[in-house]
Ligand binder design. Structure first.
Ligand SMILES: Cc1ncc(C[n+]2csc(CCOP(=O)(O)OP(=O)(O)O)c2C)c(N)n1
Length: 606
């Protein structure tokens, strides 16, 4: 490995390692004393934050006392889980570090799902938690929780602050750690007495952390080896993950694919990294991937993984995944390379500079025979289809129309379940940061608060949150935040009266033993066949829920009403809840059964 050259990878402007000018340190003046709380608020500003999501409580009162006198835009979600998901959505939509602020004990423990969600997907966040005063730590004090202990497995790093003198440095380090290397959430736990202490400390001029050096420059020999493999390959495939979006490397990836005529498949997290309208796009791979993508991976002779981690939802049975291929793995996360499957050509580095270095070494190519084989698979099982013949409203049709009415320009934020997969199938993503979803953790309840964060990050964008009737109920309280801040998000509820994805698994793998998947449909027993559904009455009434929160509501039951309804809502500057009463029995296909090989995908149910 060559001696590392100093890089400054895509840090948000103020999170760069230059010190912000500090009025107190001018020649001849004693440094101004600030409280720890003031240092926190100043630290947020110094590190490039303008929007903070949070919820107050006893252990953060000092910070809140300063916060509302600052220029920070503060958003009060109605649950701390909502705050973290909103900060996460903000980060995913903007590429900046998301910020949230919560109190000790239950405030902090309510963030855990959000932190784990961000951690699994490599999303940069800084989460500041209040803590009981230092002398009470360990006493089972009121609203005490061992936050550093609890958050260790779900964060990239965490700090327990012992002195206000450390706050400016720790704030700078937290933002630096969150944004560099493989991004992730960083927690700062600040006891109340530390918030009240006074300090003359200022932000350090440089962030230097002895045990953490993300300034990685890839080995040119490995890049040359990869270029040679690409030039010699006859059936190469680019397998692209969220690292390409996080690393701002879509343009380079697209250039490489086109220059060397390499078909591209993306993971769920990679949607938008390569235009899905491009003839080289194989669309998504994996459990609910396209037939062509999965077949291409299975027979390729070179698999070039860029910013992906060989997740089990992608690989299926690992020993049969791309088993004929030389595997090249470009990643900034040292621990991801070779973790799941052996990488013949490991390339440790940021996607963007690696691809930039690769491009001049890769010969322009036309892979006619390989492209023809791909076209055969695409003709056999086009990606993606559904039965158009039925009269009832189908969920796939709704997503297709969202794509058409938004002209492919929306930022789509999903919850988790069948609708998430249909949103991946029936909307074509052409730009990075246009598809936002909880991939690794698969967190129901993510969609609505993340859409709020995304809309705040991108006020000009049409943000469409797509959720199931199950998941929307997990954080429905956040609707009021959209109304309060006049955020024009469109919440499309794909209402199939079920926890649809679980129902689908019970149908296929548990002999239709429907257990605990019916959502409050009176007149029908759990376990009764879905098609035997009598006149259903759906609860809760999502139109009343919209009304109660001050949002507009529209219920659509007929296919003919979808386009006019979407047009009306999308043209409106206000938040809308658009409830689509869809067939309860639609399934997400194709599907690779869990643990099976990608070659054994089910394209049609018997
Ligand atoms: C917090 C959480 N709990 C449970 C699950 C397991 N799970 C995955 S999909 C799903 C059903 C989702 O139902 P719904 O929100 O109605 O969406 P649909 O699948 O019908 O589109 C469940 C329960 C999960 N992913 N997240």
């Amino acid at each position: 490995m060559k001696a590392p050259k100093k890089l400054n990878p895509k840090l948000p402007p103020a999170a760069s390692r230059k010190a912000a000018p500090d009025a107190s340190t001018q020649a001849g003046q004693a440094p101004a004393m600030r409280t720890g709380a003031q240092c926190v608020v100043d630290g947020l500003v110094e590190n490039g934050v303008n929007t903070v999501f949070g919820y107050p409580g006893g252990a953060v009162l000092d910070i809140f006392n300063v916060l509302n006198r600052s220029d920070l835009h503060f958003i009060l979600p109605r649950h701390e889980q909502g705050a973290v998901h909103a900060a996460d959505g903000y980060a995913r939509a903007s590429g900046k570090v998301g910020a949230c602020l919560v109190t000790s004990g239950p405030g902090a423990t309510n963030t855990i799902t959000g932190l784990a969600t961000a951690h699994m997907d490599g999303i940069p966040l800084v989460c500041i938690c209040g803590q009981v005063p230092q002398h009470m730590i360990g006493n089972d004090a009121f609203q005490e929780a061992d936050v550093t202990g609890i958050t260790r497995p779900v964060s990239k790093h965490n700090f327990l602050v012992r002195s206000a003198d450390d706050i400016p440095r720790i704030m700078a380090e937290a933002f630096y750690i969150a944004a560099t290397g493989k991004p992730g959430p960083v927690v700062i736990d600040i006891p109340k007495d530390v918030q009240r202490q006074k300090t003359a400390a200022v932000r350090p001029g440089q962030v230097h952390i002895r045990s953490y050096n993300p300034d990685i420059v890839a080995d040119p020999d490995q890049i040359a080896k990869l270029a040679d493999a690409i030039n010699r390959a006859r059936r190469p495939v680019l397998y692209v993950g969220g690292g390409v979006i996080a690393g701002d490397a879509s343009a380079e990836l697209t250039a490489l694919a086109r220059q060397s005529d390499i078909p591209v498949t993306t993971t769920l997290m990679g949607l938008g990294a390569f235009p899905e309208t491009d003839p080289l796009s194989l669309r998504m791979l994996g459990m609910h991937g396209s037939y062509a993508a999965n077949m291409a991976v299975q027979v390729c002779d070179l698999l070039i993984s860029v910013g992906a981690r060989f997740d089990d939802r992608v690989t299926g049975r690992v020993d049969s995944f791309a088993s004929k291929a030389t595997i090249a793995h470009i990643d900034i996360d040292r621990s991801a390379i070779g973790k799941i499957t052996h990488a013949h050509i490991p390339v440790l580095g940021y996607a963007k500079p690696v691809l930039q270095a690769l491009l001049p070494l890769v010969k322009p190519a036309k892979r006619t025979a390989w492209r023809a084989q791909v076209a055969v698979w695409q003709a056999e099982h086009p990606a993606f289809t559904y039965p158009h013949t039925r009269k009832e409203l189908l969920p796939q049709f709704v997503i297709e129309k969202i794509y058409e009415v938004s002209q492919g320009q929306a930022v789509v934020v999903t919850d988790v379940g069948q609708h998430q997969m249909w949103s991946a199938h029936f909307y074509k993503y052409t730009r990075p940061r246009s598809f936002i979803s909880s991939g690794g953790l698969g967190t129901m309840g993510f969609g609505l608060p993340a859409a709020i964060g995304a809309q705040l990050a991108r006020p000009e964008a049409l943000v469409v949150a797509i959720a199931g009737d199950g998941g929307i109920q997990m954080n429905a309280q956040e609707l009021v935040v959209a109304v309060e801040h006049k955020l024009p998000i469109k919440v499309v509820i794909i209402n199939n009266g079920h926890l649809g994805m679980v129902r689908q698994w019970q149908e296929i793998f548990y002999n239709r033993n429907y257990s605990a998947v019916v959502l409050q449909q009176t007149g029908r027993r759990t376990g009764e066949r879905v098609s035997a559904r009598p006149q259903a009455r759906y609860l809760p009434d999502f139109m009343k829920l919209a009304e109660a929160h001050g949002a507009n509501g529209m219920r659509i039951s007929r296919p003919a009403d979808v386009v006019p309804g979407l047009r009306q809502a999308f043209a409106s500057p206000e938040p809308w809840v658009i409830e689509c009463m869809v067939s309860p029995e639609a399934n997400v296909l194709p599907m690779v059964p869990p643990g099976a090989s990608l070659s054994d995908m089910i394209c049609k149910l018997a």
